[in-house]
Write a protein that binds this ligand. Structure first.
Ligand code: HEM
Length: 332
């Protein structure tokens, strides 16, 4: 929504993380029928804080061998804090479900059930048919809240940082928007080849989910290494995307790489994972990014506070900068 751009310019510089989060509160409206950023109630703030803390605790546990044991973990302050955060997240999700259930039941009966349903309504419908229980709905709500928010927000924040540093890319994008000649529609956005390449290159350099884990279900050979059933493997998406043999000059922001028709290995670019459990929201996420980036480029020129600066990254489940990224917005 272009009017939301009013939140963005803030002379002389704008910390982009907070601003991008304003936009993305809307994705929850689409999926859950609620808006996470609509107000700053204590409950919502606690939910967001708990999600952030959970990410940090999980990372600490993953990288600290003695914390792997449940007995040790849950008897230490870090484990107790984890349990508290989890309780907050669960009770928030339960409230979202109960609230939506009330509206769903009243509206569905008023309109004979014919209306556009939010994703949560579909889950509630499935619950009525006995296809899922409340615990299952809660898991879905949490996955969507988590996967559908921070991921797109961080990708956009890193993306704006990269764009601010490259006037050339901004100009090429601006030209592509000019060629459309009006506010781009969804189909215009999906036809814009350079915009697509820019989004891909942002997610190559800053894949919001930097690594994923899988449990091996049958023995196999990975080159000359035998990988056994039951073993857990981690796929380092971030590192794959920066391999110089796959992406020459890997640190450089060059959307052009994705314009050529050159064939790449199908698993050399996996910001949304691959296979049966890949990201269900990838088209939505890319569309959100296209809307935000094209609106910004059409209305502003961006410049960096410190040219060429790249933030240190934080160890977390979602890629985050350790320090605030600032970008200057100059109205066009
Ligand atoms: C730039 C944005 C996004 C990125 C980079 C991203 C990335 C990923 C990745 C890598 C996975 C696989 C996780 C794993 O295998 O452990 C995943 C799964 C998932 N994503 Fe996304 N995601 C994004 C946005 C979204 C959005 C907007 C939604 C929802 C509206 C979403 C919903 C999901 C769900 C539900 C799953 C789990 C799918 C399953 O387990 O079958 N994601 N995402």
């Amino acid at each position: 929504e272009p009017n939301d751009l009013e939140h963005l310019p803030g002379p002389p510089r704008t910390p982009i993380f907070g601003s991008v989060f304003i936009f993305l509160g809307k994705s929850h409206k689409t999926a859950m029928g609620i808006r996470l950023n609509a107000d700053k109630s204590t409950e919502k703030m606690m939910y967001k804080k708990a999600i952030m803390e959970i990410g940090q605790i999980v990372m600490k546990r993953l990288t600290t061998v003695w914390l792997h044991s449940d007995l040790i973990f849950y008897n230490m302050p870090i484990g107790k804090n984890f349990a508290k955060c989890l309780e907050n997240v669960h009770s928030f999700a339960d409230n979202v479900i109960v609230e939506r259930k009330k509206t769903y039941e009243s509206v569905a009966s008023e309109e004979g059930g014919r209306r556009r349903l939010a994703f949560l309504d579909l889950l509630l419908e499935a619950e009525r048919k006995g296809e899922i229980d409340l615990e299952g709905i809660r898991e879905e709500v949490n996955t969507f809240m988590f996967e559908g928010h921070d991921t797109t927000a961080t990708a956009l924040a890193f993306g704006l940082m990269l764009l601010a540093d490259s006037e050339e890319v901004q100009e090429r994008l601006f030209e592509e928007c000019q060629q459309v000649g009006h506010e781009p529609s969804v189909s215009d956005l999906n036809d814009m080849k350079y915009l697509e390449a820019v989004i891909k290159e942002i997610l190559r350099l800053y894949p919001s989910v930097p690594f994923i884990g899988r449990e091996i279900t049958e023995d196999f050979m990975l080159d000359d290494i035998k990988v056994k059933k039951g073993c857990e493997v981690v796929v380092h998406i971030y590192d794959v995307h920066r391999r110089p043999d796959l992406y020459p000059d890997p640190e450089a922001f060059k959307p052009e790489r994705f314009l050529d028709e050159e064939k790449r290995h199908p698993y050399s670019y996996v910001p949304f994972s691959a296979g049966p459990r890949n990201c269900i929201g990838q088209r939505f996420a890319k569309l959100q990014m296209k809307v935000v980036i094209s609106e910004i480029v059409r209305n502003f020129k961006l410049s960096p506070l410190v040219p060429g600066a790249r933030p240190q990254l934080k160890v977390d489940l979602v890629l985050r900068p350790a320090e605030t990224i600032y970008v200057k917005f100059h109205p066009r």
